[in-house]
Design a protein around this ligand. Sequence first.
Ligand SMILES: [Zn+2]
Length: 58
Amino acid sequence: MTEPQQYLNQYECPECQNLWDDVWDSACDDDCGECGLRHISPYESTDLPCEASRSATG
Ligand SMILES: [Zn+2]
């Protein structure tokens, strides 16, 4: 089995200008943790190298 490709998605809330990032297996929408606005698309999505996910276990 191969490791799933992961993406670092960066979001900015259009309501309260809250900035955050999250790691997903695709460039999917997220919800604002500050004001609760939903379905915010990432303004930036960066693919992560596979090695990054391996260091967590062990
Ligand atoms: Zn917000």
